[in-house]
Write a protein that binds this ligand. Structure first.
Ligand code: ASP
Length: 326
């Protein structure tokens, strides 16, 4: 007889575990209920999979740290070796969910599905979206379709790739999108329907590993805007191993900003505040020996790739190769 799949739910907190005035959507406390009470509130979950719950933390996702990322990666890498486990779901606040997902996408070494999910409404709201998102995530995590696809995000009936998904609305229940690349597919009741997968390496094909690592290189992000103060560049560079500049348009910034960046010896990634499109080479900016083009990664994701690249090399050309490949 075929056994029921087993899914490990790693709970970190967020609005999905939020509690507030019954019915209300705003003014709640994130990370207030346990993963056990959340799974207990979802009917039919036990028919999909056997659930093993691990309460890793119960915090607002703005308080997630890279030590927690390392802990999650370690847990998934260890637990995925167990034959009785078929997949993973991480419940997470939506604010920084895309960062945690991309980090894990590049450092977990498993073909088993890893799904991140959250909610826009607390568990006590009328029509809370958390139970459905968690139900659908368990469906995806126990599916054969999601195997080998890297870390995915499941939100409001949709499946997104960790590399590209991004929160696009501060309030909507359909808050997420996949930037230029859209969705991977749908999840509906017990069906997983995939149409697109990323060609970029991840998980078992990724060359990044955080095994035995207890801290990561430090990379900061600086946003360019009209009248942006170039003195902030040297300030931001202090204590950081690398910087990501969120430029205007095609990762552009003022002459004053450009000169200040040219003074730095640490790697600087050019990214954009636009949200879609790629960073095209431009000799006016790329003339310095420390500039890397951030491709089409969101600045927060360019930061993660730079962190992982810096664990391997400080060489600009090699770092650029990582950005071209991932
Ligand atoms: N502030 C919350 C968090 O990221 C928002 C959410 O979960 O939707 O934890």
């Amino acid at each position: 007889m075929k056994r029921r799949p087993k899914v490990v739910v790693l709970a970190t907190g967020g609005t999905i575990a939020g509690k507030g005035k019954p019915g209300d959507v705003a003014g709640y406390r994130p990370g207030a209920i346990s993963i056990h009470s959340l799974t207990q509130s979802i009917s039919g979950l036990g028919e999909i999979a056997d659930i093993e719950e691990i309460q890793v933390s119960n915090i607002n996702s703005d308080d997630i740290t890279s030590s927690l990322w390392l802990r999650l990666a370690g847990l998934i890498n260890t637990l995925s070796l167990r034959d009785d486990i078929d997949g993973f779901v991480i419940t997470h606040g939506t604010d920084t969910m895309e960062e945690t997902a991309f980090f894990l996408h590049l450092v977990v070494k498993t073909e088993k599905p890893v799904v991140v999910t959250g909610a826009m409404r607390p568990s006590t709201a009328t029509s809370a979206d958390g139970p459905m998102n968690l139900y659908q995530s368990i469906v995806v995590a126990s599916s054969r379709e999601a195997r080998g696809k890297g870390v995915v995000c499941v939100f409001s009936d949709s499946i997104y790739c960790a590399r590209d998904f991004q929160k696009l609305s501060t309030t909507s229940v359909t808050a997420f999108g996949g930037r230029d690349f859209g969705m991977m597919g749908y999840v509906l009741d017990r069906r997983v329907l995939l149409y697109n997968t990323s060609l970029k390496p991840h998980t078992t094909a990724s060359e990044f590993s955080v095994d035995g690592i207890s801290s990561l290189p430090k990379v900061g992000i600086l946003l360019f805007h009209v009248d942006a103060d170039p003195s902030l560049i040297s300030f931001a560079a202090k204590g950081n191993d690398g910087l990501v500049i969120v430029g205007a348009g095609n990762g552009n910034y003022s002459k004053a900003y450009n000169e200040a960046i040219g003074e730095l010896s640490i790697p600087v990634v050019r990214s954009s505040r636009i949200g879609n499109g790629m960073i095209v080479p431009d000799s006016a900016f790329d003339k310095w020996g420390n500039i890397i083009l951030g491709d089409n990664l969101a600045p927060t994701k360019a930061r993660i790739l730079l962190i992982l690249a810096l664990m391997k090399t400080r060489d600009r050309e090699k770092i650029q190769e990582y950005f071209n490949r991932y």
